[in-house]
Design a protein around this ligand. Structure first.
Ligand code: ADP
Ligand code: GN1
Ligand code: MG
Length: 352
């Protein structure tokens, strides 16, 4: 990390570099310089990303594209150049690093403090969708192949069950059965995509509330971050993933499942914010949004469970059963969405 930090063109000399944030994928550090400037230094996950030059090309192109439309510098991410010049990322003995300017005067939330925060995040993701409408999608590298292909996520789960490398499968039969019982429904979005019912757009694909920065003073959304998975995708992925994380009444890793529900008011606020800012969608896309919420929640549960069975190599974990706890909250949310399905559909129909 020390070697890496000195190879970026910082304003001043670095005086501290500390682990930062709650991302599950990259290793993130907050760097401070003797000139009082702050930076985000990240070691990219090689487990998650197999084409880091391609990923960085995407990030550079998308940030420049968004910066061209921004009114305030804080509305887009800014990569810091390396001291060698040219590229904006480092290959330091096979470990990849990049550095962003810190977005000052902003906050990043792990849970909405109130309905307004969540509404603001929805406006920001909708706006992001609209801003990227004319981005040349064919130039984007697929940074994680088949990222939201739910049938493929099921194939990976079944492989993990079969291999059972750490001998955890027998003890989580209940969770495995829950997932497998819903496999057919889990494939619906992919089916709608394959049949040309839903169009591909440039989507973010990882729309958690902690991937949005809000203005510290006004609470208004400032900037969308974590652009590693910007790729062609469905609007239902972005709306769905935001709802599974932000409309939950509990944290993603809550152990007490009685606290975990999908809040219909938050769900409604998100749709309102997103649909007011995303530009025109087809009727089929709008109708697919509740399904997006259910399937993204199921898919995340399947992914957490797969990583638990694989021995916890993909997501950062800080306790033995962390991934299992996360899988359980997702499945509890799916169950709750099944109960609230008629209400979820009724709300979306007001937009049709
Ligand atoms: P991961 O892919 O691991 O989730 P992120 O890019 O989302 O990594 O970064 C992790 C956290 O670091 C974010 O949730 C946010 O709190 C913080 N962060 C990232 N980029 C910036 C930035 N440019 N300015 C301020 N905070 C940032
Ligand atoms: C990861 O990087 P982060 O923490 O924002 C993951 C998402 C999951 C999420 C679950 C590249 O997001 O797909 O939905 O964890 N990102 C990647 O919290 O796999
Ligand atoms: Mg993140």
């Amino acid at each position: 990390m020390e070697n890496a930090v000195f190879r970026f063109q910082l304003d001043g000399n670095p005086v501290s570099c500390e682990p930062y944030g709650h991302g599950h994928i990259n290793r993130t550090y907050l760097v401070e310089s003797d000139q009082g400037k702050r930076y985000i230094l990240q070691q990219l996950s090689r487990r998650a990303f197999h084409d880091i030059p391609g990923l960085m090309e995407n990030v550079q192109a998308v940030t420049e594209f968004l910066d061209g439309q921004a009114k305030d510098r804080r509305e887009s991410l800014h990569l810091v150049s390396t001291t060698d010049g040219g590229v904006c990322w480092l290959d330091e003995n096979g470990e990849y690093w990049r550095c962003y300017e810190f977005i000052e005067g902003s906050i990043c939330l792990q849970a909405a403090r109130n309905e307004q925060d969540f509404y603001e995040s929805a406006v920001a993701f909708g706006h992001f969708q609209r801003q990227l409408k004319d981005f040349p999608a064919h130039t984007l590298h697929e940074t994680i192949p088949m990222f939201h292909n739910t049938p493929n996520r099921y194939r990976q789960l079944k492989e993990a069950i079969e291999k059972d490398v750490v001998g955890r499968a027998a003890a989580v039969r209940e969770e495995i059965d829950f997932a497998l019982q819903r496999e057919e429904e889990g494939g619906r979005l992919q089916e709608l995509l394959d049949h040309g019912v839903l169009p591909l757009r440039v989507t973010h694909n990882d729309t958690k509330l902690n991937n949005v920065m809000l203005d510290e003073e006004t609470g208004k959304a400032l900037c969308i971050i974590d652009l590693d998975t910007v790729m062609p995708g469905l609007v239902a992925y972005d709306v769905g993933d935001s709802i599974r994380f932000g409309a939950s009444t509990a944290a993603e890793d809550e152990k007490d499942l009685s606290k975990v529900e999908m809040d219909l008011n938050l769900y409604g606020s998100y749709l309102k914010g997103f649909l007011s800012s995303c530009g025109e969608l087809t009727k089929e896309e709008i109708r697919s949004l509740p399904l997006g919420a259910k399937i993204m929640t199921l898919e995340n549960g399947v992914r957490f469970l797969t990583d638990y069975l694989d021995g916890d190599h993909y997501y950062a974990t800080s306790r033995e059963e962390h991934n299992l706890d996360r899988a359980r909250t997702q499945f509890k949310l799916v169950l709750d969405m099944e109960k609230k399905w008629d209400d979820m559909m009724r709300i979306i129909e007001t937009y049709l």
